[in-house]
Design a protein around this ligand. Structure first.
Ligand SMILES: Cc1ncc(COP(=O)(O)O)c(C=O)c1O
Length: 401
């Protein structure tokens, strides 16, 4: 076979995908597997968004679109940034639409990273960050966010990680995998550090901005400190807020030179984003928001159900996060034991593997997000499924010896 590119040696398949593949295999063998491994809402896309996509196609909105997004969607995004984040981004050059926020991140890194450039990634992190950075030739630099600080980045740790090669600071709040989110004051303290390092871009990945609970208010760094706006990329999308993962629409607001460079990169990878998806996303952003609020209320109820369920398991201690739809329980109390099925549990990875094989619950080990011994559990499933998953985890833990 002809050779593949060397750069692929720098990346790997994410653990969440590996767990999902194994879960699918077990299902094919007839096992009743519950998958809590993937960050995918179980709700349906709002009807008015589907209708808008359908009508756009019928109207003939089916040609190649502008590479940075349709005018209608960029205008809807500008209204969203004003309404939700009190940020002014012009649809004329300060907004880009991508095939999901994942492509937004990729375009931003491609447009800015030279070989060896460093990207500060608070850890635990969404696995895609380091994998993308490495694929492009950059260097991830991890900053630990320990549980005793609510899994949030500490300003002094960020500052200590900055070097002359630092290109980006990643902020993902609410966070995947922990659900942690920073208050306005905590963000202001991070902003104070960043003011001292004007050579560093800041990425605010706000994918979970609408999934915050108990009256917590989401803020984003460009809004908290407007002096940083000219080097901040504020990223969001419709996947999580509106249950539109399959439509593949993400977006960002940022300074014109960066957005232009990202559009250039994107233009090499794809001739624009699906017009039908863009019409649906515009309708979701501009339409009634009560569906999104109801989904957020359901996630809060599920978070409470799962946190209580996990804390009732022997050897597990689960922190209650501010947002997103993940919990990140500590499984230190389960290590050094043997499962009911005879598997040695030395690491969080062993824990997740045994849990899947014996209790048929798919989760992802914390090590793959940069912190052990933890497990990421996505609670974007219905209440009955989550209750059953907790019951299975409880009996799995009870059998550890
Ligand atoms: C933190 C974070 N950012 C971005 C994304 C990308 O979302 P999408 O590409 O569906 O817009 C995800 C999806 O899992 C995520 O967890």
């Amino acid at each position: 076979m002809p050779a593949l590119a060397q750069r692929l040696n720098r990346t790997q398949v994410a653990s969440s995908i590996q767990m999902s593949i194994r879960a699918r295999e077990l299902r094919a063998e007839g096992k009743d597997v519950i998958s809590l491994a993937i960050g995918e809402p179980d709700f349906d896309t709002p009807r008015h968004a589907i209708e808008a996509g359908y009508q756009a196609a019928l109207k003939g909105d089916t040609k190649y679109p502008p590479q940075d997004g349709t005018k209608a969607l960029k205008e809807a995004i500008a209204r969203k940034f004003k309404r939700d984040n009190d940020l002014d981004y012009s649809p004329d050059g300060e907004i880009i639409v991508s095939n999901g926020a994942k492509q937004t991140l990729f375009s931003a890194f491609m447009a800015t990273l030279d070989d060896g450039d460093e990207v500060i990634i608070p850890s635990p992190y969404w696995v895609a960050y380091p994998l993308m950075v490495q694929l492009i030739g950059g260097q991830p630099v991890f900053v630990n966010c320990p549980q005793n600080n609510g899994f949030k980045p500490r300003p002094e740790d960020i500052e200590a990680a900055i070097t002359p090669r630092t290109k980006w600071l990643m902020l993902n709040l609410p966070n995947n995998p922990t659900g942690a989110a920073c208050t306005r004051e905590e963000l202001a303290a991070i902003a104070a550090v960043m003011r001292r390092h004007p050579q560093v871009w800041i990425m605010a990945d706000d994918m979970y901005e609408h999934l915050v609970f108990d009256g917590f208010e989401h803020h984003t760094i460009a809004e908290v400190d407007p002096s940083l706006k000219e080097r901040t990329l504020t990223v969001s999308g419709v996947s999580k807020t509106y249950a539109m993962t399959g439509w593949r629409i993400g977006f960002a607001g940022g300074p014109k030179p960066l957005i232009k460079a990202m559009t250039n990169v994107q233009g090499q990878a794809t001739a624009g984003i699906s017009t039908v998806g863009q019409a649906a996303a515009a309708a979701a952003l501009d339409g009634p928001q009560d569906g999104a609020r109801e989904m957020a209320a359901a996630y809060k109820r599920r978070r409470d159900l799962v946190v209580d369920g996990l804390n009732a398991c022997k050897g597990i201690a689960c922190h209650k996060p501010e947002g997103a739809f993940y919990v990140f329980p500590n499984v230190a109390g389960c290590l050094g034991k043997t499962s009911g099925g005879g598997r040695a549990i030395a690491t969080d990875q062993d824990f997740c593997a045994a849990l899947l094989e014996e209790a048929h619950v798919a989760t992802v080990h914390g090590g793959s997000f940069g912190m052990s011994p933890y497990v990421r559990i996505s609670y974007a499933s219905d209440d009955a499924t989550l209750a059953e998953a907790c019951r299975r985890i409880r009996s799995f833990c009870a059998e550890l010896h």
